[in-house]
Design a protein around this ligand. Sequence first.
Ligand code: FES
Ligand code: MG
Length: 582
Amino acid sequence: MSNPSDPAKPDATGMRRNLAQYGDAEFSVFLRKAFIKALGYTDDALERPVIGIVDTRSGYNACHQNVPDLIEAVSRGVMLSGGIPVAFPVISIQESFASPTSMYLRNLMAIDTEEMIRAQPMDAVVLIGGCDKTVPALLMGAISANVPAILLVTGPMLAGSWRGERLGACTDCRRYWAQYRGGAIDAAAIAAVNDELAPTVGTCSVMGTASTMALAAEALGMMLPGGAAIPAVLAARRRHAEQTGTRAVALAAQGLTPDRIVTPASITNALRTMLAVGGSTNALIHLTAIAGRAGIRVDLDGFDRLGRETPVLVDLKPTGQGYMEDLHRAGGLLPILRALKPMLSLDCLTVTGRTLGAELEAGDAPFRQPVVRPLAQPVYASGAMVVLRGNLAPDGAVIKQCAADQGLLQHTGPALVFADLADLAARIDDEALPVTPDTVLVLQNAGPKGAPGMPEAGYLPIPKKLMREGVKDMVRISDARMSGTAFGTIVLHVSPEAAAGGPLALVRTGDMIRLDTAGRRIDVLLDDDTLAARRRELPASERAPAAARGYRRLWDNEVLQADGGCDFTSFVPPAVATAPVV
Ligand code: FES
Ligand code: MG
């Protein structure tokens, strides 16, 4: 397999193998060969580049059910190009089946990915992911391991249909559930809707976190062009997988490592893409974590400036109307990048070994399509997301203004405070709740440490009694996240979080809160003395205690706030650069 005299050096094929040692290097290779031959490989098979393939199929993960098919196609591409494919497992995370939250497990998957890439001999690795947390986790791990790596996503689901109307996970999950809560549709109807929300394997079919991360990762340069939007069940996805395998062998030969691809300029391209697609707020946290692994700090104020000049161009739910299959038919990411071209750094290297600019030149000719708009006719002109600061969020908060009731973006109203998720669940539908459409719903202790795991609880439900009156949106504020598929005037990621002593912990029911989206502010209208007095009265238990042992202890001690991407302190190298660069 390797150069037995020095396994750290490339062998006769030019490949580098990270061999574990038994003191005697030659014996070490001898032993490994014996075990790999037990798998049925011949010497001829082993004198080739080894391409690891990360297998993230799990019986719990519908979003990854096509992974075995994709591994087969990747393996074919690897073998056609003279390499030998070796699939290996890492943990798999599905949004709906991850407790306490999927975010809590993302860093664990990143650790697993990094160490398995490091531990096993491979010259390049194909990362197969799709569901929300898996793409960030795989990229975080691969960047830290810094072995040549290429990403392949499982691809979006097709849309379903109910009574002639198209629907899909999970914007329509929420829309129909809200109708059911408000009494507009009955139990039989909501059950029929449930059958159609996730009609195929693959990732959620709207511009949620999975779709956003797939497109951002392609813009980052970590995926072959055209790969982000191909639906999971199309033959085109398998062909793309085969090409990914072929390319992985070339990546190995060229030694093209992630540190040459993930740079401040390519992170900026990814952040801009996320804004232009009207993407999920979660993607900001994930891209911050991904950049962090490469020693790049994402500056929130710089990100806000990027937002001011990057309109939403893609007409997909929850901001617009379509589904990912529509974006695929419209050409996928290519027309989006073409529209953004004057704002992109075109000299960024991609996994193709060519620059992003060269790939845009080489892509299919543009054609008329209704999904991706030109810069001059955006779906939403003022930028998908806004960074807020103020006495409620000294380290920042985020609002997805393109998915909000535009009339609520400037709003002052009285707070109704829920101390945590249990309090919210117990009282939100109480008929005696002191709430009007002007009320600002505040949720505390749902941040990275508080819940723990920063659940997608920021989309506080509209109280039933208001829902029956037809109220569809209210201002809501929390230190939580929100699903990328949700819609509403929702301030998220308030940092520092309540459980870490952030000022959100000081808010009481009846305080006046002002959301000034245009002015980039979120404030509670109290003077500093009142806030200081309340801070002194805070019970010590407001500070989350570290768990006694295990992963939870690691989480409690290490997790960074949202503005640090919720990564673990010990896994982030010192920042040597900042993004965005403009
Ligand atoms: Fe996996 Fe939505 S639940 S992508
Ligand atoms: Mg999601």
